[in-house]
Design a protein around this ligand. Structure first.
Ligand SMILES: Cc1cc2nc3c(=O)[nH]c(=O)nc-3n(C[C@H](O)[C@H](O)[C@H](O)COP(=O)(O)OP(=O)(O)OC[C@H]3O[C@@H](n4cnc5c(N)ncnc54)[C@H](O)[C@@H]3O)c2cc1C
Length: 659
């Protein structure tokens, strides 16, 4: 059991490494398994409420076991009954996601025992896990001869299922709304700059999309990039972006700076990868069709390395390896040891708490309070369901993330895709509903780039994945043929996939690549056995298992290997090459696009201040992360969103504190 837990944990972390792979893979494949969690220790003493619900003889005393479907598969638990009460609930095997499901495991059994009721509310953000616990306990109640339906009708005391602190009316220097990467970074930064800070998070756990993301963080980093070779194909990519016609004065100025750096680099005779913050900025603007705000993009790329180091100082570990996450376009994606945003959230949460930030879960901001033209606080629904007001002397920082999980908003604003409605999945947190955009607009904030919505091509269909790094990836369709340059922009990749048979594709890789990406034989074996990826000792066998023509796939792999050796742009224009595919066994998960990121949102300036529809700063109002717009243009570069959230969170926090 413990061994399988370890396998599942390492598989989960690898699946989330790509900044996209993690999405459906983490919902379709088992993730972390918490071995044994007993709620009895905290709840057995709280059985007095049973007197009101249970009657002597209501149950056949004993311990009963049942399973019910959770988010990632069955959740198994055991329930112990006395003659008149549920006395203990012990969580057994499950594949739910650690961090996301923890609050359900902590709260639901406790609330069931405390209230002797199955009418307990599900925990927001962990609805399926909550429901699985309730269903499995109901099954045990039936096995014990009890009446599960009657128990569902037993009233639950308000707030009885909430274990977190309850927010009251308060006065503080800085209020941060949203507990993902941007919010925690803003809160920590404000606190380190001397402000008293309250952070509110509407779900029962911190983290948002940042928790479930791959944690890939793009930054120019001469030390970590020094051993990466420059190739002819990469040089041609620089020349191509530099050849773009001027689109604005700011663009022309930036281009001239990069041209100078490029000329100096070539004159130096260096063979190491060319990279500078300005090249990162220019490439990001180009990838977003020059719809991004040059000042904001420059602010981002000139702060990424400092922010990475600040995060290190605050407990976030980074490996020495840099890669190219899908859609990242350049070898500058940094990774945490577990390839997971959970590493970032854990460190920020710990340090924010230690720094004195007060964090309130289950606390949803409803609207902003404006006094004398200044954003002066917000009205929050607290964990008890009461409306309270938090006044913020120095500023309110909106960090509520994007709106990928809000179908109505997607459909309202989309101007990029034929269909972005119900039928298109999202890999986002259920909290990504655009609340901050709505609250901001209500106080006059200008919205920018709202029509640009990112589809992530790597949403797992087969349930597993190996790596989201493009360095050695081969994408093929159901006909066994490549159809796109794998190192392309995400919008180009997604559009290309949507044009393929059944709107899906496979990533073919070999044992060498799987090992390079940290896949252990146990994890690979688990995925193969459970049908989460296809495999074969030869390319022909792999093709047969995938259901694609073997001769076509063999020819595709042969041509791919020739292109790797040539290291030049190929017929699709691919410039990033690393390893050939030749060491069996071979593997291939399948993927289809899902809604991943919303590029539009509140307009901000380089200090993180929100701008109104007249182009003026709204006093006291800051924003950071995916709730903002104007940085990524039409297409966000893979690995640029985590730095966006963390850099602008840090900037907004420091500026709000200094008011
Ligand atoms: C599966 C996946 C993988 C990804 N991988 C990468 C990657 O590797 N690299 C990369 O650069 N980008 C990646 N991204 C994108 C990136 O993770 C996000 O853009 C970024 O983390 C957003 O951070 P944020 O703090 O703005 O929002 P979030 O992290 O989503 O946090 C927003 C928080 O605000 C809360 N909230 C919302 N409304 C309210 C309200 N009314 N009151 C209180 N709280 C509220 C939400 O519940 C949430 O916790 C990935 C995204 C996904 C979905």
């Amino acid at each position: 059991m413990r061994k399988m837990a370890a396998i599942l944990l390492s598989m989960t972390l690898l699946l989330s490494a790509c900044g996209g792979n993690g999405g459906t893979a983490t919902t379709a494949a088992p993730e972390t398994t918490k071995a044994e969690t007993t709620a009895a220790e905290t709840t057995a003493a709280q059985t007095t409420a049973a007197e009101t619900a249970g009657q002597e003889g209501a149950y056949k005393p004993g311990t009963y076991t049942a399973s019910a479907q959770g988010n990632n598969g069955p959740v198994t638990l055991s329930v112990t009954f006395s003659e008149e009460a549920i006395t203990e609930i012990t969580i057994g095997e499950h594949g739910e996601t650690a961090g996301i499901s923890d609050s359900a495991f902590d709260k639901i059994p406790a609330a069931i025992i405390e209230n002797q009721s199955l009418g307990v509310d599900t925990v927001s953000g962990a609805t399926y896990t909550s429901q699985a616990i309730l269903d499995a306990v109901a099954d045990c109640v039936t096995q014990a001869g009890g009446d599960a339906e009657a128990l569902r009708a037993v009233p639950v005391e308000a707030g009885a299922d909430s274990a977190s602190a309850v927010l009251k009316d308060a006065q503080v220097d800085v209020l941060v709304i949203g507990g993902g990467g941007a919010g925690l970074s803003a809160a920590l930064s404000a606190s380190q700059n001397g402000a008293s800070v309250i952070l509110v998070e509407k779900l029962s756990a911190l983290g948002g999309n940042t928790f479930r993301c791959g944690g890939a963080f793009n930054t120019c980093d001469p030390e970590r990039q020094k051993d990466i070779p420059m190739t002819e194909a990469l040089s041609s990519a620089v020349e191509k972006v530099l050849a773009h016609e001027d689109v604005s004065e700011e663009h022309a100025k930036l281009k001239a700076e990069v041209q100078k750096q490029w000329d100096e680099y070539k004159a130096s005779g260096s063979t190491a990868l060319f990279d500078t913050p300005e090249w990162h900025a220019l490439q990001s603007l180009d990838a977003g069709d020059y719809e991004g705000n040059v000042e904001l993009v420059r602010t981002l790329t000139s702060n990424t390395l400092d922010t990475l180091n600040w995060l290190s100082d605050n407990g976030v570990e980074w490996t020495d390896q840099v890669s190219t996450v899908v859609g990242a376009l350049w070898n500058r994606s940094h990774q945490t040891p577990n390839n997971s945003g959970a590493d970032i959230i854990a460190a920020l949460e710990k340090n924010a708490g230690a720094s004195g930030v007060e964090i309130y879960l289950d606390s949803k901001a409803e609207e902003l309070v404006v006094e004398d033209g200044r954003v002066a606080g917000a009205i929050i629904t607290n964990a008890d369901g009461d409306k309270v007001t938090v006044k913020a002397k120095k500023g309110v920082i909106m960090a509520t993330g994007g709106f990928s999980a809000n179908v109505e908003m997607r459909v309202k604003y989309n101007k990029q895709w034929e269909d972005i409605g119900e039928s298109v999945q999202t890999n986002n947190s259920p909290g990504a509903t655009g609340d901050g955009i709505v609250m901001g607009e209500a106080v006059g904030a200008n919205l920018v780039g709202m029509g640009w919505i990112q589809l992530m091509p790597l949403n797992s269909v087969s349930g597993g994945g190996i790596s989201g790094y493009v360095n050695s990836s081969l994408y093929c369709n159901k006909e066994g043929k490549r159809f796109v340059a794998e190192d392309q922009r995400r919008d180009v990749l997604a559009a290309a996939v949507l044009a393929q048979t059944d709107k899906l594709f496979y990533i073919v890789c070999d044992q060498k690549e799987a090992e390079l990406r940290g896949m252990t034989p146990e994890v690979l074996g688990y995925m193969v056995q459970n049908g989460l990826i296809y495999s074969g000792d030869t390319i022909a066998e792999l093709a047969e298992n995938m259901g694609v023509p073997a001769d076509a796939l063999e020819q595709t792999v042969k041509e791919f290997n020739e292109a790797v050796k040539a290291g030049k742009p190929d017929e699709f224009g691919r410039t990033t090459w690393e390893n050939t595919i030749e060491t069996g066994p071979f593997y291939a998960p399948s993927f289809s696009p899902a809604v991943h990121h919303t590029m539009g949102g509140l307009e901000i300036n380089g200090s993180g201040e929100v701008i109104n529809t007249d182009g003026e700063v709204i006093p006291g109002f800051y924003a950071a992360g995916e709730v903002t717009g104007g940085i990524h243009g039409t297409n966000r570069v893979g690995g640029n969103a985590v730095p966006d959230a963390l850099c602008f969170g840090k900037i907004a926090g420091a500026n709000a504190a200094s008011n």
